[in-house]
Design a protein. Structure first.
Ligand SMILES: [Zn+2]
Length: 323
């Protein structure tokens, strides 16, 4: 049996690489910059050079490696390991899996970055190897990953789990996807700031308005801090955000009936207050039998989730392991 698995998480600014024991502990991990110049042409070479060198340094023989798992952003075909387009890193029509296989001589598997993150969280993080899980990442946008009956859900053409683009308000703010009122226009870090700006327009003499006047800008962190200091308008923004998320999770709960909902990303770090209010809203909206088995938690692994999940992907594909 192989001792190690390679987990790789390709992001817009860095590539995270880890040599992972087959039971999920990290032997060593490091990062290299994502070189997006020249349409990202050198990225796969950069990854392989760095990995090959580290394997030599660690005296790890290729025969002890089960395979390489890769999480990448953008539109991908998980069956062929082909990246159609990844705007952040400049890729268009890149045969990632074939190239990395040819260089390494190892089996290589590719998944969407949000999907490997939920695999990682469920393997070694807050999911605790549940069979039915929804992961929600609240960052600049809103990402998602779904595990149903023990496997990650890709859907017919890779769009499953794109929860940030579920329509919440048909007359809402315009979204990057070209439509209006998507979940991420309201509850992402960007969305929460947008809510604050709207509240300020209607309340020009408020503490929030004074804050923006003084500092020129406001962040999600500032809004959470003001709410913590008792500012009622800031509290109302957090309540609205939690209410939308609680309703959204309640709707997902009658679709997938998860036992775990894992909330990660920058916004989730802003405070336990948000989690508490999401859970309260969820309990108001959810069907009691679906709510009874559903535990909403903050994700644990942070930036390592994708890399660890990419390693689990290899286990899943090579050894047919399920949660
Ligand atoms: Zn959208």
């Amino acid at each position: 049996m192989a001792d190690y698995i390679i987990g790789i998480d390709i992001g817009g600014t860095t590539v995270k690489i880890g040599i992972i024991h087959n039971h999920g502990d990290i032997l060593t991990k490091w990062e290299i910059p994502t070189n997006t110049t020249n349409a990202g042409k050198s990225i796969i070479d950069d990854i392989w050079h760095s990995l090959d060198q580290r394997l030599t340094e660690e005296a790890i023989d290729r025969s002890t490696i089960l395979g390489i798992g890769v999480g990448a952003p953008g539109f991908i075909d998980v069956d062929t390991g082909f990246v159609f387009e990844a705007v952040n890193i400049g890729w268009k029509n890149v045969d990632l899996t074939d190239q990395l296989k040819a260089k390494s001589g190892l089996p290589v598997f590719l998944e969407n970055d949000a999907n490997v993150a939920v695999l990682g969280e469920n393997w070694k993080g807050a999911g605790n190897q549940a069979k039915n899980v929804i992961a929600i990442t609240l960052g600049t946008g809103v990402g998602g990953g779904i595990i149903a009956n023990g496997s990650v859900v890709d859907g017919e053409n890779g769009m499953a789990g794109e929860i940030g683009h579920m329509t919440i308000d048909p007359d809402g703010w315009p979204c990057n996807c070209g439509r209006r009122g998507c979940l991420e226009t309201i509850v992402s870090a960007t969305g929460i700031v947008r809510q604050a700006k709207q509240v300020i327009t209607g309340n020009p003499t408020s503490k929030l308005a004074a804050f923006v006047q003084e500092y020129g800008e406001i962040t999600t962190k500032d809004i959470f801090q003001l709410a913590g200091e008792g500012d009622t308008l800031s509290e109302s923004i957090i309540q609205h955000t939690a209410d939308i998320l609680g309703m959204f999770i309640a709707n997902m709960a009658v679709t997938l009936n998860p036992s775990k909902v894992l909330i990660g990303g920058g916004v989730s770090k802003a405070g336990g207050q948000l989690l508490k209010e999401i859970i309260a809203a969820f309990d108001r909206y959810a069907l009691p039998r679906a709510a009874a088995v559903c535990d909403i938690r903050v994700a644990q692994l942070g930036n390592d989730a994708g890399m660890i999940g990419s390693a689990f992907l290899v286990k899943q594909k090579e050894l047919n392991v399920k949660f």
